[in-house]
Design a protein around this ligand. Structure first.
Ligand code: AMP
Length: 326
């Protein structure tokens, strides 16, 4: 496996690969790799000539500094796992490599896009303010550097639900880093997990709006034997927290079985009683949403699609999961 820290070195290597007619599959991750990540690498290997995995704990998608600090970073174990899986290329950029202009967590007073330490965007706040809105907007667009194209993405209602409302700015950070990584890797296909359902929907929307010619492939959730969705955060659960965490997926599987028989309200009440507020678990949200718009489904019979999404705090660890109902 080739390991690159500099984007120019990676770009040079991938240009060579493409000259040889090789297709490129890309799996962006934040490391602390487990079988869920590995399933994406394996799928990419099966569908592409070259598979690139990136490991970058992206500060701009964290709105809680302590969550960022506590995020596990077992880089040597990750490298060994990727070697074993037969991953071709690992990209492990430092923070300055991705954010030469500076990248911060969202809890440092940087709530708006214009305040994101981007020198080009300074024009928006100063010189052009007196110009008509249309001209301002045009100037804004032309002042964007290619690696700041993410600023044009309008997430609209997609980020006004679930993770978006609980983690303000999170998806702006995700779109920012994934667009930068897409610009560096220029893959034919990119692989994301169904586990982060809202994220994969938003990435598909970003690809649509920015006209990236990249196929986004969503891979099924890989689970522990008791059903708990694999997550890098599971490592932070204490043994007693880990023992109760299985309730999250077990409740979702029950919902899946009963979806044809009970209403959305009844299903929601069932979840609220199953994951009752205890000393170890706290239900943050349970929502049944349309898979495309992510807006709440009110009537399952009439819905075209439906995904049951949940977020639960187990001790200090926030876990998410989902199941597709139709
Ligand atoms: P992360 O390192 O948490 O940013 O995740 C990197 C990618 O792996 C994302 O596309 C996740 O959705 C995906 N992923 C994480 N956990 C799982 C899992 N249990 N099963 C399948 N994919 C996963």
């Amino acid at each position: 496996m080739l390991v690159f820290e500099k984007k120019t070195d990676l770009e040079k290597h991938l240009t060579e690969q493409r000259k040889r007619g090789h297709t490129v599959g890309f799996v962006p991750t934040m490391g602390a790799l487990h079988k869920g990540h590995i399933s994406l690498i394996e799928r990419s290997k099966a569908e592409n000539d070259v598979t690139v995995c990136s490991i970058f704990v992206n500060p701009t998608q964290f709105n809680d500094k302590s969550d960022l600090e506590k995020y596990p970073r077992p880089i040597e174990a990750d490298k060994a796992l990727l070697e074993k899986t037969g991953c071709d290329v690992l990209f492990v950029p430092g923070e300055r490599e991705i954010y030469p202009e500076g990248g911060e967590t969202r809890d440092e007073g940087r709530g708006t896009k214009e305040g994101m330490g981007n020198t080009d965007m300074g024009i928006v706040g100063t010189t052009v303010q007196h110009l008509p809105a249309d001209t301002q907007s045009q100037l804004r667009q032309t002042s964007l550097k290619s690696d700041n194209r993410y600023l044009q993405v309008q997430l609209g209602d997609l980020e006004k639900v679930m993770e978006g409302t609980r983690r303000p700015g999170h998806f702006e950070g995700v779109v920012q880093v994934v667009s930068k990584l897409f610009d560096i890797v220029s893959p034919d296909r990119a692989y994301f997990g169904q586990k982060d359902f809202q994220q994969q929907t938003i990435i598909k929307e970003m690809v649509r709006q920015l006209n990236y010619g990249i196929q986004i492939i969503t891979c099924p959730i890989v689970r522990e034997p008791d059903g708990l969705a694999m997550s890098s955060r599971n490592a932070r659960l204490t043994p007693s927290e880990r023992a109760v965490a299985g309730i999250i997926s077990q409740t979702l599987f029950t919902i899946q079985k009963l979806a044809g028989k009970l209403s959305v309200d009844e299903l929601t009440m069932l979840v609220e009683s199953e994951i009752a507020e205890g000393s170890l678990t706290e239900l943050e949200y349970f929502e049944i949403v349309d898979a495309g718009t992510l807006q709440p489904v009110l009537n399952l019979d009439k819905a075209e699609s439906a995904v049951a999404c949940i977020a639960v705090k187990v001790g200090q660890v926030r876990l998410i999961d989902n199941v597709i109902l139709k």
